[in-house]
Design a protein around this ligand. Structure first.
Ligand code: F0G
Length: 470
């Protein structure tokens, strides 16, 4: 009798893996390309991955924004779209879902997150104001500056250190906040912009204790807090995992408590809400609500659709419920971590600990031979595409833009290339392919000579800038 083969390859006895809490019902074929095709495509795109045609991309890790796979329930909800211009039933469903899970009073739908940022900035900011935040986000800071404010980064120093293992690198430095209040005066600070998680820091969470402490400090000075709630459910998962006292609480309860430390929020529904388009502004402040509701009809659409179709609002309401399911969130963050663990085993430099939505490769450590003016992160994104057709995004000096007053480049400490994982879209095998391509680029790193910028748009330049090889 032959001995039965026991499949335990690479596994420890007693190990229990997690798996995605869903199965695949519909597939979208992927196209592979040759190196020659990719050489041509990236050159035509000015070495900017934003300018590639998606048909030329194999695994698309440009962003987790609007790239989620919707569930069968969400698609069924799309059939229930009430496309009335005014008073759509789906708007009231959405409003109820936001009130239930986020706890805010007044809701204004927008076409996406930056629509909400525009409404908030225009309603709350006066020229000469100052807005502190836990690191900038591109569109958020743009709208704050466009409304006449100066942005101040008050995130803890650990956030700027790719190697720091701080569990809540998104935390606000209370000393920096107090110093700004002392310097410019509380009446010049319309609100603190608090992001959860912090995208540009590597998808890093902010702790409940920190949010509470910021609330206590700002309350003393009569300063409001507006949350960037774009990935706040992912943030809630990190609190559950890492912060004492929250292990047994549901994501719903953690999210509600977290939001209770703010006066309102801007939201890009294209992330946590598992939809392809949409956003909202929420507030507990009736005066601000009335101002923003007045503006929404100018920029977005009537206050009961704000740039979304009825069916989009229905899918979003369903997505909100799905996003707080802990099994879903474990697999979401688990997939990002799986990719991080592979890269870590191979000694690839990236931002630690692994954040919620992406791996942020440390382009300075990849290419110590390049200065920041030779665009190391942009270069790494182009090299990854050339190697395997994987599309990543620059999050370094190009994204940081220029100082509005001096015209100089903002020079962020972090020079990162983001591998962003869409929700419920790719499998573990795709993550293996990605990791192997990153490793190959790392092996080839000494040969790389960087890029020159040959076209620079005035606003949010990273989207459309063009480069040539040096
Ligand atoms: N806030 C954060 C933290 C974001 O990540 C984004 C978008 C926005 C606001 C703006 O929302 O795109 O719906 O207008 N982030 C995308 C990204 C674009 O790829 O990180 P939007």
């Amino acid at each position: 009798m032959s001995t039965p083969i026991i499949h335990t390859m690479g596994q420890q006895a007693g190990r229990r893996s997690w798996a995605e809490p869903y199965k695949i019902k519909m597939v979208e074929p992927l196209r592979t390309t040759t190196r020659e095709e990719r050489e041509r495509a990236i050159k035509e795109a000015g070495y900017n991955t934003f300018l590639l045609h998606s048909a030329d991309v194999y695994i698309d890790l440009l962003t987790d924004s609007g790239t989620s796979a919707m569930s069968d329930r969400q698609w069924a909800g799309m059939m229930l779209g009430d496309e009335a211009y005014a008073g759509s039933a789906n708007y009231y469903r959405l409003e109820a879902a936001i009130q239930k899970y986020y706890g805010y009073k007044y809701i204004i739908p927008t076409h996406q997150g930056r629509g909400a940022e525009n409404l908030l900035s225009q309603s709350a900011i006066k020229p000469g104001d100052h807005v502190p935040g836990n690191m900038y986000f591109t569109t958020t800071r743009f709208h704050q500056e466009h409304a006449g404010a100066t942005f101040h980064d008050i995130i803890i120093d650990d956030a700027h250190d790719t190697a720091s293992a701080h569990p809540f690198k998104g935390d606000i430095d209370l000393g920096k906040l107090q110093a700004l209040i002392d310097k410019v005066g509380a009446d010049k600070i319309p609100y603190v912009c608090m992001a959860a998680t912090v995208n540009m820091a590597g998808g890093q969470p902010i702790s409940m204790a920190n949010a509470r402490a910021v609330r206590e400090l700002t309350a003393k000075h009569g300063i409001k807090i507006y949350l960037d709630a774009t990935r706040a459910v992912e943030n809630a998962y990190f609190i559950k995992e890492r912060e004492a006292g929250y292990a047994d609480q549901s994501l719903e309860a953690i999210l509600l408590e977290f939001c209770s430390y703010s006066d309102g929020a801007t939201m890009s529904g294209k992330k946590d809400h598992l939809v392809n388009i949409g956003g909202w502004l929420a507030t507990n402040d009736q005066e601000l609500f009335e101002e923003a509701r007045n503006l929404v009809v100018v920029y977005e659409g009537l206050h009961t659709y704000g740039g979304m179709a009825g069916r989009d609002m229905e899918a979003m309401a369903i997505g909100i419920e799905e996003s707080v399911n802990v099994d879903y969130m474990r697999s979401r963050i688990g997939q990002v971590r799986y990719l991080g663990d592979l890269l870590d085993q191979w000694g690839i430099p990236f931002v630690k600990p692994v954040g919620g939505h992406a791996i942020f490769l440390d382009a300075r450590a990849f290419y110590p031979q390049l200065t920041q003016d030779q665009f190391p992160s942009q270069t790494l994104a182009a090299e990854l595409y050339l190697d395997s057709g994987i599309r990543a995004m620059e999050r370094g000096i190009v994204s940081a833009g220029r100082n509005q007053v001096t015209g100089d480049h903002h020079r962020p400490k972090l020079e990162l290339t983001r591998l962003t994982i869409p929700r419920r879209v790719y499998t573990q095998a795709h993550m293996d392919v990605v990791a192997e391509s990153v490793q190959h680029c790392y092996e080839q790193r000494a040969k790389v000579t960087g890029l020159n910028m040959v076209y620079e748009p005035k606003y949010l330049r990273f989207f459309q800038a063009r480069f040539e090889r040096r």
